[in-house]
Write a protein of this length. Structure first.
Length: 269
């Protein structure tokens, strides 16, 4: 015969049920607290496709960001295959830019889809590619900056990049890039001075992004107008890795007059 529950047994059951409910609620709340909005600036990104182990890291930066900046669209004189190749190979792109005298960028591979970079002007750090598809990329940055106007600052950033294929007046394939960047300073004191530092930090972020994209644009112009020179510089001892040289020979096509001057091309759509 079944025995009646005692008061103690009933209280124990309720305690167990309450405990289970709290655990389930905590798990749900944790998942919700790390959710990301798909809308950033005036762009929409498929954030539901971001690997779950990155979602919370991005959420923390976006939720407590120091500044948010949107830049673009900025036009790059480069075909889509070439643009995507350089995005995926920062060390190669940086080496080519230095050899052509277009900038002082340095980069090294540092694990899976992770790169270290230095722009030669006080900004350095790690860049992690978190997500990519046909038109979007999402990056997580962790680095530092030194300048006369700002003290040594460290921080993290989330970069949402949107790419679009366009055509110039001559029918050449170009790329438009638009970025939304959330920056969070590590130093709480500096973060507390956001009202004072906001213009400086936002200006610095905007300047760095614009300069980086415009440098790639100048590289694209050089490849179109002086392909022989670009190949020659890439092959100078020590030559760049052979797979990169093979790619360059393929995309640059028949050499043109390598003595013509590189003309400035507007990066404004």
């Amino acid at each position: 015969m079944a025995r009646d529950f005692t008061w103690e047994q009933g209280a124990c059951c309720w305690a167990i049920l309450l405990g289970v409910a709290l655990v389930l609620f905590a798990g749900t709340a944790g998942a919700e607290s790390c959710s990301l909005s798909p809308v950033h600036g005036d762009l929409t990104f498929p954030v539901e496709r971001i690997p779950s182990d990155w979602t919370c890291q991005l959420h923390k930066i976006i939720k407590s960001h120091t500044t948010v900046t949107q830049v673009g669209p900025i036009r790059v004189a480069m075909s889509e295959p070439l643009y995507r190749y350089l995005l995926g190979e920062p060390p190669f792109a940086a080496s080519l830019i230095r050899r052509l005298g277009l900038g002082s960028y340095h980069s090294q591979a540092w694990g899976e889809r992770r790169f270290w970079g230095d722009d030669g002007e006080g900004t350095k750090g790690f860049v992690q590619l978190v997500y990519e598809d046909a038109e979007s990329r999402i990056y997580l940055l962790d680095g530092s900056h030194d300048s006369r106007l700002l003290p040594h600052i460290t921080g993290k950033a989330v970069v949402f990049l949107r790419m679009a294929v366009v055509r110039d007046q001559q029918g050449n394939e170009d790329m438009d890039s638009t970025m939304v960047v959330y920056t969070r300073l590590d130093n709480r004191v500096l973060s507390g001075l956001v009202s004072f530092l906001h213009p400086l930090i936002r200006g610095m972020v905007t300047s760095k992004l614009q300069k980086g994209v415009k440098t790639v644009h100048r590289l694209g112009v050089a490849m179109r107008q002086q392909p022989s020179r670009v190949l020659r510089e890439a092959e100078q001892p020590p030559p760049l890795p052979e797979p990169h040289l093979v790619f360059l020979r393929t995309v640059l096509g028949p050499p043109l007059d390598s003595t013509q001057t590189i003309s400035p091309v507007s990066t404004t759509p």
